[in-house]
Design a protein around this ligand. Structure first.
Ligand SMILES: [Zn+2]
Length: 220
């Protein structure tokens, strides 16, 4: 059987159409691939940032008292709850609330190994200490009544080391302001990388996990 010129023409058009269709699918597919690549990379970066937190966490910041079984702390997930001191903003942390509402009663321990990055008075945070952990995570402990020792920037601390005592300092320009809110420990966690200089992370679930890792400590 011989094909007529018209049939040849038709066949050629069909083949061309199929090739074009295939090509457009391929281009669309590869474009989508390109668009997804940065998002996947970003997700990977966040994964690593959060993973660093898990790598460094060792102890819950408030130990269990060997003498006072009543000395407990409770906390809720108050991430981004409204705070209004000096303007409205979201709560970047978790507040550990004591059953014994006494300033200077509960020891505050470092959750991680690390280095003292910040120490001293902050208008909002009161007497605070900031520890940069081994994997570059910033752990922020605020409203302390006092420090365990005269810490200086660059001092090395180890997980479980006494940093100071839970208090109610802060919410004042004047150093030593107290009594503006109930005694508690504010815990903040911040991660960073080359693109993100500071990213606040909700400490709530990390603290829930750490509750299983409380040190025993003598205080009453
Ligand atoms: Zn707080």
């Amino acid at each position: 059987m011989r094909l007529s010129t018209a049939s040849y023409g038709l066949l050629l058009i069909c083949v061309c159409l199929i090739i074009r269709l295939e090509l457009s699918w391929l281009t669309a597919y590869s474009r989508r691939g390109q668009a997804e690549a940065p998002a996947a990379e970003q997700a990977r970066e966040y994964y690593e940032l959060y993973e660093n937190i898990w790598k460094d966490l060792v102890y819950f910041p408030i130990p269990e008292s060997t003498e006072d079984p009543e000395a407990e702390v409770s906390f809720e997930n108050s991430w981004m709850f409204e705070r209004t001191y000096g303007g409205s903003y979201g709560h970047e942390g978790t507040d550990l609330m004591p059953s014994v509402e006494k300033s200077g009663y509960y020891p505050v321990l470092s959750m991680t190994d690390g280095v003292v990055e910040n120490i001293g008075w902050l208008e909002k945070g009161g007497w605070r200490i900031g520890i940069r952990s081994v994997h570059d995570v910033y752990f922020y402990y605020a409203h302390l009544s006092s420090y365990a020792e005269e810490f200086r920037k660059g001092d090395v601390v180890s997980a479980g080391q006494l940093l100071g005592y839970m208090g109610d300092t802060g919410y004042g320009k004047e150093e030593g302001t107290t009594g503006q809110f109930p005694v508690h420990l504010h815990v903040g966690i911040y991660v960073r990388n080359e693109e993100i200089p500071e990213l606040a992370v909700n400490p709530y679930w990390f603290l829930r996990y750490l509750e299983q890792h409380k040190l025993k400590y003598s205080f009453s």
